[in-house]
Design a binder for this molecule. Structure first.
Ligand code: SF4
Length: 313
């Protein structure tokens, strides 16, 4: 009979941490915690992962490498863009400038999220959500699952999803058994309160970002970030907004049309708005037309602790 490895995907968020605590401290199960680094996490999350390692054991870190894909993109841009641009109506000298501009930034930076966007020539979005696939699913598949399967191990993938998070998740079963590969979702019927209780019960702190107004922890910001979350990120972590603004400039250079923004325009006009524009929108009232004076004051007066989960009491 093959030996089984319990692979537990750790994000630095509350659910995967609670799952790891549960597995280790309550079930006594040996797990292989894996963190797929997107390069787009808040520094506090990286620090928190070190804290978790001190409390629970080592984490296997993996990250996507887009060197080969970006190299192929360079070739494609060099060989095919000039003709495509000219046939779309651009002059030859203009098309040369566009190609030179793209080639000047098409080098791997070793930051997976940014490299993914350079390769694609755009940012992921809620409609084209390719980030999870390339930055997490594919990397864990290639760097963790496949080597284990080749060595003859059976894998149980522990997933920290909960039914109350979404309708799609509510329909997921607790277990899915397969030949050599199974899925286990031990938290599927847990509430957010259960998750924090698991931390508290075993004396392990949750990620400090939950006391800094963050409703979720992951990429900063995530493409699924809502208006209130972006407002909170922008007033607390302007350096993260500045980083994304810088990325927008770089990815725009790699894009054929010379524009790329992290979010679609919040006006719903299908247009584009850079991160600073979307942050300004996050300070407005319903409809996004009027500056909300209360929010403007709140933006400048940041409380030391605020938590959507009541962690500050
Ligand atoms: S956390 Fe958000 S932005 Fe990051 S990979 Fe997942 S969906 Fe994409």
């Amino acid at each position: 009979m093959n030996k089984t490895v319990n692979v537990l995907s750790v994000s630095g968020g509350k659910d995967s941490a609670a799952m790891w605590i549960y597995a280790t401290k309550e079930l006594g199960v040996e797990v292989l915690p894996v963190f797929a680094d997107t390069g787009h996490e808040h520094p506090l999350t990286y620090e928190y992962l070190h804290y978790l390692e001190q409390q629970l054991g080592p984490i296997k870190r993996v990250k996507a490498d887009f060197t080969e894909r970006i190299g192929k993109r360079r070739l494609y841009v060099h060989d095919h863009w000039p003709e495509k641009l000219v046939s779309s109506g651009m002059s030859e000298s203009e098309s040369r400038k566009v190609v030179e501009r793209a080639l000047s930034v098409l080098y791997p930076t070793n930051i997976p999220f940014l490299d993914l966007c350079l390769w694609k020539g755009r940012f992921p979005s809620t409609k084209a959500r390719f980030c999870t696939q390339y930055l997490k699913v594919e990397v864990i598949q290639q760097q963790v699952y496949e080597p284990l399967l080749i060595e003859g191990y059976d894998i149980v993938s522990w997933q920290g999803v909960r039914a109350e998070e979404s309708l799609a998740r509510a329909n997921l079963p607790e277990r899915e058994d397969g030949e050599g590969f199974s899925v286990y979702r031990p938290l599927i019927h847990w509430t957010a309160a259960d998750v924090f209780e698991m931390h508290r019960h075993h004396g392990i702190e949750p990620n400090p970002l939950y006391k800094l107004g963050m409703g979720r922890v992951g990429c900063m910001p995530c493409i699924n970030c809502n208006k209130a979350e972006l407002f909170e990120i922008a007033r607390r972590f302007p350096e993260e907004i500045a980083r994304v603004a810088e990325w927008e400039k770089i990815v725009a250079m790699a894009a054929k049309r010379g524009a790329a923004t992290f979010f679609f325009s919040p006006d719903g006009d299908g247009g584009w708005s850079n991160i600073h524009g979307v942050v300004e929108w996050s300070k407005t009232t319903h409809g996004g037309k009027q500056l909300d004076l209360v929010k403007a004051i709140e933006f400048e007066n940041v409380p030391a602790c605020s938590s959507a989960y009541g962690l500050c009491e």
